[in-house]
Design a binder for this molecule. Structure first.
Ligand code: AHG
Ligand code: MN
Ligand code: MN
Length: 336
């Protein structure tokens, strides 16, 4: 198993899609390349003052942009445009989507949405960060210019999604709708190897992840679920559960995917749609979790069913082990 590289795996599994022209494989390969460059830069973050810190700007969502946010944004967008296989990209760091309008790209059939660097406020303190991506087939005809409808698609329409975690090792985890596979980067030879084939999240876990500093602003059903996690019981996988919250979505998600658990970012009084972005944070991770046997919901149904209205739209999210999400949903529905 150790000897299968992500490049080989992409080519081998391409045959699962009848009539595939290899374009999706090239998108994954562009993401793989950019992630190596970004991983290398992140690993040097403590050494060079020009890598860490903010650039003094805010992005469209009013969040401070870090130097590495912009660095990662550039690397992913450049790698994706260079392959000539997508007609546009939308990023957390850009207010509007970017149209690739040269002859080759404009006729391509896919678009990508991306959070180039997730958890970037953790960079300066040597804590894991990530990248999240989502791939859709365009809605518009290949002879027309790409437009916003190509990006505002519901999660169920995704053809691929994944993330990279820059942690104690760098890993690429992705799905094209046939299960989830994880690849660990060997920096000595510069290659990702298949290390976590066919990943499945345990149906029940013992970890809950939420920013409890906001608890007074949560709805009663969510507060009740948190008390349920904290109460002692031999039932339901033995409680109390452990609280684990890194503050990097990718890292919190990745841990819970492997160990079993639930990640929550509910609405609050001051942020009625929560904090996390539907198109390049929640929907791709919802695609992955469902492919791994788990669940992802908002405060009103499945994340993958939400029809987006705006590129940078936010949604509350509860994602992880299916039994845990079910229990939370029951409490939310009974308590309002
Ligand atoms: P980003 O760095 O892409 O803006 O994402 C930050 C997100 C996410 O990574 C994390 O889970 C969440 O912000 C943490 O928010 P709180 O600090 O409010 O808990
Ligand atoms: Mn993010
Ligand atoms: Mn980000």
């Amino acid at each position: 198993m150790k000897n299968i590289t992500v490049g080989e795996f992409i080519v081998d599994t391409q045959n699962n899609f009848p009539g595939s022209s290899g374009e999706l494989s090239k998108i994954l390969s562009a993401i793989k390349l950019a992630s190596k460059i970004v991983s290398h830069e992140i690993n040097k973050a403590g050494l060079a003052a020009d890598i860490i810190g903010s650039v003094g700007n805010e992005n469209v969502q009013g969040e401070e942009q870090q130097k590495l946010d912009l660095y990662a944004n550039d690397k992913f967008i450049n790698a994706l445009s260079a392959r000539g296989v997508i007609c546009g990209v939308a990023s957390e760091e850009n207010e509007s989507y970017i149209e690739f309008n040269n002859e080759v790209n404009s006729a391509a059939k896919y678009v990508v949405l991306i959070d180039p660097l997730d958890g970037s406020s953790n960079i300066d303190v040597n804590v894991s960060v990530g990248t999240i991506f989502s791939v859709f087939k365009r809605k518009t005809n290949e002879s027309e210019p790409v437009n916003i409808s190509d990006f505002l698609q519901k999660g169920d329409e995704q053809v691929a999604a994944g993330y990279i975690i820059y942690g104690s090792s760098t890993m690429l985890v992705y799905s094209t709708g046939n299960g989830v596979n994880g690849f660990t980067f060997d920096p000595g030879i510069g290659v990702f190897f298949l290390s976590h084939p066919n990943m499945k999240i345990p149906a029940s876990g013992r970890l809950y992840s939420v920013n409890e500093g906001n608890i007074n602003e949560f709805k009663d059903g969510i507060k009740k679920y948190i008390s349920y996690c904290q109460s002692e019981s031999e039932k339901d996988n033995k409680k109390p559960y452990s609280s684990r919250y890194i503050g990097s979505l990718v890292a919190d998600f990745h841990r819970n995917l492997i160990k079993g658990g639930i990640y929550m970012y509910p609405s609050t009084k001051s942020a009625p749609n929560g904090k996390l972005r539907l198109l390049y944070e929640c929907a791709p991770l919802a695609f992955i979790i469902e492919q791994a046997g788990g669940k992802a919901i908002s405060e009103s149904g499945r994340i993958m069913d939400i029809i987006p209205k705006e590129l940078h739209e936010r949604t509350p999210i509860f994602i992880g082990s299916s039994n845990m999400v079910d229990t939370l949903e029951q409490l939310m529905n009974s308590e309002g």
